[in-house]
Every structure is written in C-alpha cells, then in structure tokens.
Write a protein that binds this ligand. Structure first.
Ligand code: MN
Length: 436
C-alpha cells in the first residue's frame, strides 16, 4: 500500500520536473510540561507515504536512482528500550518499511549532499521544520556556489503539498474501509452518549461515556478534541471546555470523531437533555435537518463542491424567513449573505487522515467537481445568539448542527454515519434510555 503510494508520487514528480527528489518530515515530539510529552501522532502525509510511526524521521524520495526511497530514523537504543520500548531502527526501516537505504537521523547532514547530488528540483515544504529548512537552504547555497564547476544547481524548490493533496483527496478501498470503521465506532460512542444524557450530569460525564466507547472498540485516539456543548454554548462553534452541568430543557450539541487507523470520523448531533424537544427547538431542528438532507442530496459526482453549500443555505434561509428571523426576498437574502449572523461557517470540508483534510476546493475561481472516492462532511447549522434582540425571544440561545460523513460514489453518495440517530423521532426514542 505504502509502496504503491510512493510509486504514484514518483510518477507525478517525474511527469512535471527534471531530476526531482522529495523530502518529507515526520512530526516531532512536543513537551507538554516538565519531562512529559504530548501524546505523539505522526504527521499525516508522512504516514501516508511511509506507514512509519516514530518521531525524528525523514523520508527522501529519489526517482530514477539506485536507492529511490531513503529513510533517516532514530537508531535502536538498548538503554532507551528499557524505558519506552524498542525502536524500529536502521535495519527495521529497510526490512519492514521498504527503505532502499536507511541512516541514523543524526547523520542526515553528512549524507544529504551526496544523496541530492543529481537533484535539480526538490519537493520540500519549506517552513515544515526549522532544522531541516536550514539544511536544505545550505544544500541549495552549496550547489549554487559550485554550479559552474560541479553538477547543475539545485535551483527549483517546490511545495509537495499539491501533489500529495491530489492523492489523499481520492480515497482508495483501504482508506474507505478505515473511514467506514471510524464512523461505525463514532456511532457507537454517540449512541452511548445519547443514552447516558440526563439533567444533573456534566458535559464531561457524557463525553467520558462516549469516548470510553471509542477506546473500548479499539480507536486509539480522537481525530480532534470533542466539543460537548450544552445550552447557549452550542452557539460557540469550537467550545471544548465541556465542564457545565446539564440542565433540563436545554440542548446538548456534540461534535466528535474517533480515529481508526489514522482516519477520522467527524460527526455532530444535537439533542435535548431531557429527551424531548421543545416546540421551538424542534422547529429549528427541522430546518437544519432539511438543510442537511438537501446538502447531502447535492453531493453528487460531476457536480460542483459548492452546490452542497448552496443547497443547504437555501433551505436555511427559507426556514429563517418562515420564522420571520429574516425578512425579504430569498434570492436577495442569499446574495447578501444575510444569513451569516445565524450560519457563519461553510457546509462541507474534505475528511480523511486530517479532520479538515488536504485537497483543493477550487481551480482558480471555480469550485472543483466532485468525484467518486472523495469524502466530505455535510454539516449545516443554525446558531441563534442569546443576545441578538432581532431574534424572537423563544428562539434565542438555540444552537443546532447536524453533521454526517459522505463518500462520493460512482452513481451518487454513501452516508457513512447514517446509522447514528438524527431524526427527531430517533433521537427522542434513545436519549436517556440507558438499557436496551
Ligand atoms: Mn466538520
């Protein structure tokens, strides 16, 4: 799988550049406090190309040479192994990760000059890593100084992100299987959260119930910090404090995703703490759900990405007009972005190894067309600011978002998270019902 990806990258590089090479850098360990590190998570593109899960590593790809795939890794260290377990090491990088050659990361500087001696175009995301940035700039300077006598200059520095972005945007069968499983596990966690919910509990208790289900089912970590927002805080898009007590009559919004084999789900549901929507909550909920269904229906191959947002916005604006929160002509209200105070984010983003996954959204001015294998969210919402006096009082403080993970297929789409309760009937039937 990783070999195929590197082969495909090599094809793309050689198609557009002379004597190309590419350098990818792993994530680094980061200090949390004192001698404790943050939990390590590999950088997504590095993992995508190598499957290598350790920090302080560099992958060098050199098409058309005797060693097209070179890795720099931390050597095995018997003393460290006692504390943190064995490392893959130099031999492991060759034997188990397909490297044609591997060297200790400490020796990168002494090998880089030789390894890049034929390279004229270098794909490297300058700014990715300060130490490596300095090494690359030094190589370029050396080559420029010697260009008259020695090999040609290493003069063409390019960003590899567009090439990798194009590849990661179209998901393979393997990747789709991981995204599907991420959504399955996430769904189990959401169901647990819904059943657990009752007034008097705290946001973090519902979060714990959900995330313990993620972990129990084998998800190693979340794709991003869970948003567990009750009452007015459901109007705050990225609320992650999650400390409040749940109050009878309020809504609870959860936006969360379990990661599975480096692929994350990204799901949002909003439900009443006491299991019954008030008439006002239900009215707003129905508008958002209709907008979501319209957005999902618009997610079709050979249609523009932007059509999803356009379809959802139209339904939201019609709903806000029916409620007299907006007044005027629908087309005009859409044209003027007059819905922005109540719906301030876009409806969709790519989904994959990163929750906001790589890949372009437009070609110049134009929205790109959707293709089979692309995966995205559809997540309209309405956020009725508790302090906005233009909103009828009964609706103030209601914040609702509904988000599913949609895979574009050859003849339409597949909702990977459709098993998670989302109609008001499904939600009212499950919230607070611990046993079944
Ligand atoms: Mn999202």
């Amino acid at each position: 799988m990783f070999t195929e990806r590197r082969t495909k990258l090599i094809e793309k590089m050689t198609a557009e550049a002379d004597h190309p090479a590419a350098i990818f850098v792993s994530a680094r360990e980061a200090t949390r406090n004192s001698d404790v590190n943050y939990e390590f998570r590999q950088e997504s593109s590095f993992y995508y190309l190598t499957g290598f899960d350790e920090p302080d590593s560099v992958a060098l790809i050199r098409p058309g040479t005797e060693a097209p795939f070179v890795m720099f890794v931390r050597p095995h260290d018997p003393e460290m192994a006692i504390w943190v377990g064995p490392r893959v090491g130099i031999e492991g990088a060759v034997e188990n990760y397909g490297a044609d050659k591997a060297y200790p990361i400490e020796a990168i500087e002494e090998h880089l000059t030789e390894l890049l001696s034929e390279t004229e175009t270098l794909y490297y995301p300058l700014g990715a890593d300060e130490e490596l940035d300095a090494l690359i700039l030094k190589q370029m300077t050396l080559r420029r100084q010697n260009a008259q006598r020695g090999p040609r200059a290493l003069g063409d520095l390019r960003d590899p992100d567009p090439l990798i972005g194009e590849m990661r945007l179209r998901k393979s069968e393997n990747e789709i299987a991981s995204l599907t499983q991420a959504a399955v596990v996430t769904g189990q966690g959401f169901e647990r959260a819904m059943r657990t919910t009752r007034s008097g509990l705290h946001e973090y208790e519902v979060q714990a119930a959900m995330e313990s289900e993620f972990r129990r089912l084998g998800s190693r970590r979340n794709g991003y910090p869970s948003i567990v927002a009750s009452a007015h805080d459901s109007c705050i898009l990225h609320y992650t404090t999650n400390r409040k007590e749940l109050v009878d009559g309020d809504l609870l919004l959860i936006d969360a995703g379990a990661e599975w084999e480096y692929y994350t789900a990204d799901v949002t549901r909003t439900w009443p703490v006491n299991g019954q929507f008030t008439p006002e909550q239900r009215t707003i909920y129905d508008v958002v759900l209709r907008a979501q269904h319209a957005g999902i229906a618009a997610a079709q191959p050979n249609h523009r990405f932007d059509e999803i947002h356009e379809a959802s916005v139209r339904v939201l604006v019609e709903g806000l007009t029916d409620l007299k929160i907006l007044k005027g002509n629908i087309e005009q209200l859409i044209e003027n972005d007059s819905y922005r105070p109540f719906y301030m984010h876009s409806t969709s983003h790519w989904l994959g190894m990163d929750v906001h996954d790589v890949g372009r959204y437009r070609n110049g001015e134009d929205s790109i067309n959707l293709e089979s294998g692309m995966c995205l969210t559809v997540e309209p919402g309405l956020y009725l600011d508790p302090k906005n006096e233009n909103i009828p009082e009964a609706y103030r403080g209601i914040g609702i978002r509904i988000e599913d993970d949609i895979l574009i297929t050859l003849d339409g789409n597949k909702n990977l998270s459709s098993h998670i309760p989302s109609t008001p009937e499904e939600i009212e039937a499950i919230v607070g019902h611990l046993e079944r």
